[in-house]
Ligand binder design. Structure first.
Ligand SMILES: [Zn+2]
Ligand SMILES: [Zn+2]
Length: 270
């Protein structure tokens, strides 16, 4: 069974990009930062942009798609998206004529060593999805850009060894912020983003004995604080007697702590 490496290159409203890799397969979940940055971070792992086997896109918001044109046209990296996401980008000059591989929400597809399970999430995009990615018996769940943790979301994210979990905002900081009322409504609404408390509630429901690591993601720069998000999640894990689960931050401008793991469930390095 291959060893799997997970590295979040960037997270937040300025760009999102996560690498999942084995010795044979390298896939990005979203590519919302520059190709130059992606190349740099891959080189740090002794990988190259031309070796990418695909980018799986969650939705068409600009913080998730920036590098798609160059990766696809210049480096011939296959792009994976559902019909709604592809359609929403087709009329934008920068994104027209990209070559896509189309998937249907709810239907699994494989890229090399990985199986992708795309599932619908509520968010203010055309047809947003999130993914659970499996490699052998290893399961990694992505939960960002989610307005509401629906039954489907909660069902899909159960049994993961690692979770990329959105702790977007602190409810009080959002209420007290200078943002216009309409934007506050958008962020906190059913089509927006998960607050720290909502993320903690979701975690409480999906965390099982196999969970080893949680990455806190997509933090708002002015409506959240690392300490607030962290303590909210740590307290939840403590209440579940799961303090052994490692809580890692993601960052807008630098990669998060990498994680490598094998199917034996033993943590190999960090
Ligand atoms: Zn979004
Ligand atoms: Zn986003």
């Amino acid at each position: 069974m291959p060893q799997v490496t997970l590295v979040n290159f960037a997270s937040g409203s300025t760009g999102n990009c996560t690498l999942l890799a084995t010795e044979n397969t390298r896939v990005l979940i979203d590519a919302g930062i520059s190709t130059k940055r992606i190349r740099t971070h891959l080189q740090e792992l002794e990988m190259d942009v031309d070796q990418l086997d695909g980018v799986c896109v969650t939705h068409e918001h600009s913080d998730h798609i920036q590098a798609l044109p160059i990766l696809n046209r210049k480096h011939e990296v296959p792009l994976y998206g559902n019909a709604g996401t592809i359609q929403s980008l087709a009329h934008k000059k920068k994104f027209e004529d990209l070559k896509w591989r189309v998937f249907t929400n709810g239907q699994d597809f494989d890229i090399g060593d990985f199986s992708f399970h795309p599932f619908s999430i509520p968010h203010d995009a055309y047809d947003p999805v999130s993914y659970v990615v499996t490699c052998g018996d290893i399961r990694v769940g992505f939960a960002t850009d989610i307005g509401l943790a629906t039954r489907l979301v909660r069902h899909q994210l159960k049994g993961c060894h690692a979770l990329i979990l959105e702790t977007n905002h602190d409810r009080i900081l959002l209420e007290e912020s200078e943002r216009p009322w309409s934007l506050k409504q958008r962020i906190s609404g059913r089509q927006g983003h998960l607050s720290n408390e909502e993320a903690a509630d979701l975690l409480k429901e999906v965390a099982g004995p196999e969970l080893q690591r949680v990455y806190l993601a997509h933090l708002s720069s002015d409506c959240n604080q690392v300490a607030l998000a962290e303590s909210c999640i740590r307290l939840t894990l403590k209440s579940m007697n799961m303090e052994h689960v490692r809580v890692c931050m993601t960052h807008p401008n630098q990669p998060a702590e990498p994680w490598s793991f094998s199917s034996t469930h033993l943590e190999l390095s960090s």
